[in-house]
Design a protein around this ligand. Structure first.
Ligand SMILES: Cc1ncc(COP(=O)(O)O)c(C=O)c1O
Length: 382
């Protein structure tokens, strides 16, 4: 008989924090010993309105008690309201609701192939778009893409923000060009407004559809509703997830009227997409972001961190709003030092950059705790 190896009931994915979490409140989470942790990681850039915001909890609880679920087989007022709210907030014209970032990107890329009849995609070095096959085709992360190399759709991989490379690229058989307007996992890489305009112009001239993956940059995080407003460029398709419904799983594929008018019923579909619970959470999220001034808070917190980190071990603050990278030669030691002071931050694909993506209502207390801890950090002498 072949002995079966014992395996954990829960398959490991990410390396977890060294303590379990039991609850969250605003910009803090609490472990099993009741200790509070300042959350500058935001549950993977998800908790836009903070942990268990009372308005979100109330909206979700009321919806759960009224109608927990019905699919798109039935018209639901809460879904229509959510569609109106997110199209107005994003300045896009139409939305398809799904369940995750990868599903939103997969559908955006699929539509680009369908609507243009072309065979190639284009993306950027360092881009990260998800783990389904089309999303993997445009993701620059060899350890997760290489096992599937034969199954992926061919994709150009251009250097991000490079005007000359953009101008000389051949988009004649490119169906869609996808990008994170600020590349997060790559280490908070930004591009100029001129480059964004050139990208829009290139797509217009060649017929390639422009797709903004706003899964991290959207929902107020840059101090504007989406990066499209921040950079002043309107994409043809825009994807959202993460903060979209404050942590209730939801994805959205937003599009212009020009794209939406070419689709027919049945081109897109999803059982759970646009479920009433997620729609109620989305409505409450947009309301909280707007009525509680969370975009202004993101801009102010960014300015404060930029100003007050001068003279610390952080040599450069990258990014915009509350999608920030702290460049330092001491990332591992600084992350450990912050953890020892009950402050959670994220790493990135760049070994010299730590990431901050806290709730958009991050408090002055959290900022002071972070600033004080960073200024107290003493790198070990070699
Ligand atoms: C920029 C970006 N796009 C897409 C995804 C995939 O989203 P999901 O994990 O919800 O499928 C992620 C997830 O981290 C992301 O950061």
């Amino acid at each position: 008989m072949v002995a079966t190896q014992s395996v954990p009931a829960l398959l490991p994915t990410y390396a977890p924090y060294p303590f379990p979490l039991l609850r969250g409140e605003g910009d803090r989470v609490f472990d099993d010993r009741g200790q509070a942790w300042w959350d500058f990681y935001g549950g993977h850039c998800v908790c836009a309105t903070g942990h268990s915001h009372p308005t979100i909890v109330k909206a979700v609880s009321a919806q759960a008690a009224t109608l927990l679920f019905y699919s798109a087989a039935a018209a639901l007022p809460v879904r229509d309201q959510a569609a109106a709210a997110i199209t107005a907030f994003s300045s896009m014209d139409s939305v398809f609701f799904c369940n995750s970032g990868a599903e939103a990107n997969e559908n955006a890329l699929k539509l680009a192939l369908l609507l243009t009849g072309r065979k190639h995609l284009a993306a950027f070095q360092g881009g990260w778009h998800g783990r389904t096959l089309l999303a993997l085709s445009v993701t620059d992360d060899p350890k997760i893409t290489e096992p599937f190399a034969d199954q992926l759709v061919p994709a150009l991989r251009l250097p991000f923000g490079d005007l000359a490379a953009l101008e000389s690229a051949d988009f004649s058989d490119v169906a869609g060009v996808i990008l994170e307007p600020i590349q997060s996992m790559a280490g908070i890489k930004t591009a100029s407004r001129e480059w964004f305009q050139a990208l829009r112009a290139k797509c217009d001239a060649t017929g390639a559809l422009l797709i903004f993956d706003e899964i991290q940059t959207g929902m107020g995080r840059l101090g504007t509703p989406f990066a499209a407003q921040f950079y002043g460029v309107r994409p043809d398709l825009m994807t959202s997830a993460k903060g979209l419904a404050s942590g209730v799983p939801m994805g959205a594929l937003l599009m212009t009227a020009a794209v939406a008018s070419k689709l027919k019923g049945g081109d897109l579909g999803s059982t759970f997409g646009g479920g009433p619970l997620a729609c109620a959470a989305l409505l409450a999220t947009v309301d909280v972001i707007q009525t509680e001034g969370l975009m202004a808070n993101a801009t102010a917190a960014c300015a404060r961190l930029r100003q007050e980190l001068v003279g610390s071990v952080v040599t450069e603050v990258l990014g915009e709003g509350l999608l920030l990278g702290l460049r330092t030669p001491h990332t591992a030691a600084l992350k450990k030092h912050l953890l020892a002071r009950n402050i959670l931050v994220g790493g990135s694909g760049d070994p010299t950059v730590l990431r901050l993506m806290p709730p958009l209502n991050v408090s002055g207390g959290a900022l002071i705790a972070l600033l004080t801890a960073i200024h107290a950090f003493q790198p070990e002498q070699p």
